[in-house]
Design a protein around this ligand. Structure first.
Ligand SMILES: C[S@@+](CC[C@H](N)C(=O)[O-])C[C@H]1O[C@@H](n2cnc3c(N)ncnc32)[C@H](O)[C@@H]1O
Length: 241
C-alpha cells in the first residue's frame, strides 16, 4: 500500500503561486469545478469531456500524478481542464480569494487520505481555513461534494462543514448519505470501493446565505470538538475577534 504524502513536511509547506483562470483555460469565464486531491485525474478527464461548458481544475500534492494527468489531458486536447501540483492547504486559499465572483461553482473532496491516528489529524485535507476559503468563493446555491468509503474520515468533515453553518444538506433527506454519485462519474477510489461493495458515504452540500464565521473562532471550537480530551485538560478562553 502506498504511503500518504505528509502535507506538513517542510517541502509541502512552501506556498505555490497558482495561475488564475485566464492562464489556465481557453474560455476563462466559464464556471469552475475544483477537485481537491485529484490523483491521476481520471474523474476530471471524464467530467471535462462530459461537461464542456465548465472548466475543471484538479489539485494534487503528488507531483508525478499531476504530470501523468496533464499528459493525458494534452493527448485528449482538453482546454477546459488543468491539473496543478500543490498542497491544497497552503496554496489554494489565495487562489480562491482572487477568483472573480461566482467563478467557482462546485468543489469536490473525494475519498481524502485517511489519517487515523489522533496526532495526524492536522494532516487531514479539510481544515477550517480551507473550508472557509471554499465557503468564501462559493456563492449561495453553489455546491460542495464530499465522499469517502471510511465513516471515520467523512464524519469529521461533515461535523466541521456543519459547524461552519455555511452549507446546507438537502432538506428532504432523512438519511444524510446520498446513495448515488450526483456527478455520475466515479473516481478511481470510488470504483475500487464499488467493485468491493464497500459502503460509500456521500453528501452534496449547497452554500447558504450565512456569512463565513471568523477563522480563529471556528478553529478553536473545532479543536475542542475534535479533541474533547484536550478541551477538558487545557480549557481555553474564547478569543475575541
Ligand atoms: C485517497 S486519494 C483519492 C484520489 C481521488 N480523489 C479518488 O477519489 O480516487 C487522496 C488524494 O488526495 C491527495 N492529497 C492529500 N492531501 C492533499 C493536499 N493537502 N493537497 C492536495 N492533494 C492532497 C493525495 O495525494 C491523493 O492523491
Amino acid at each position: 500500500m502506498r504511503q500518504h504524502v505528509n502535507p506538513l513536511s517542510e517541502y509541502f509547506q512552501l506556498p505555490r503561486d497558482l495561475p488564475g483562470p485566464q492562464d489556465l483555460f481557453l474560455q476563462a469565464d466559464r464556471p469552475i469545478h475544483l477537485d481537491i486531491g485529484s490523483a491521476r485525474g481520471g474523474f476530471l478527464l471524464a467530467l471535462a469531456e462530459q461537461q464542456p461548458q465548465w472548466n475543471h481544475l484538479g489539485v494534487e500534492i503528488r507531483h508525478p500524478l499531476v504530470r501523468t494527468a496533464e499528459q493525458e489531458r494534452k493527448q485528449l486536447g482538453l482546454h477546459n481542464l488543468r491539473f496543478l501540483f500543490c498542497n491544497a492547504n497552503i496554496s489554494l486559499e489565495s487562489w480562491l480569494t482572487n477568483l472573480p465572483q461566482d467563478r467557482l461553482q462546485r468543489a469536490s473532496i473525494q475519498f481524502p487520505d485517511p489519517w487515523f491516528k489522533r496526532r495526524h489529524r492536522k494532516r487531514r485535507v479539510l481544515q477550517p481555513s480551507l473550508l472557509l476559503a471554499l465557503a468564501g468563493a462559493l456563492q449561495q446555491g453553489r455546491e460542495l461534494f464530499i465522499q469517502s468509503d471510511v465513516l471515520s474520515v467523512i464524519q469529521p468533515m461533515v461535523r466541521l462543514i456543519e459547524l461552519s453553518r455555511c452549507f446546507e444538506r438537502p432538506a428532504k433527506q432523512a438519511d444524510p448519505w446520498l446513495q448515488t454519485n450526483p456527478l455520475a462519474i466515479s473516481t478511481e477510489r470510488e470504483r475500487y470501493a464499488l467493485e468491493r461493495e464497500l459502503p460509500i458515504y456521500r453528501v452534496l452540500y449547497r452554500r447558504n446565505s450565512q456569512a463565513c464565521p471568523i477563522l480563529g473562532k471556528l478553529e478553536e471550537t473545532w479543536h475542542q470538538i475534535d479533541n474533547p480530551a484536550d478541551a477538558l485538560t487545557h480549557p481555553t478562553n474564547p478569543t475575541e475577534c
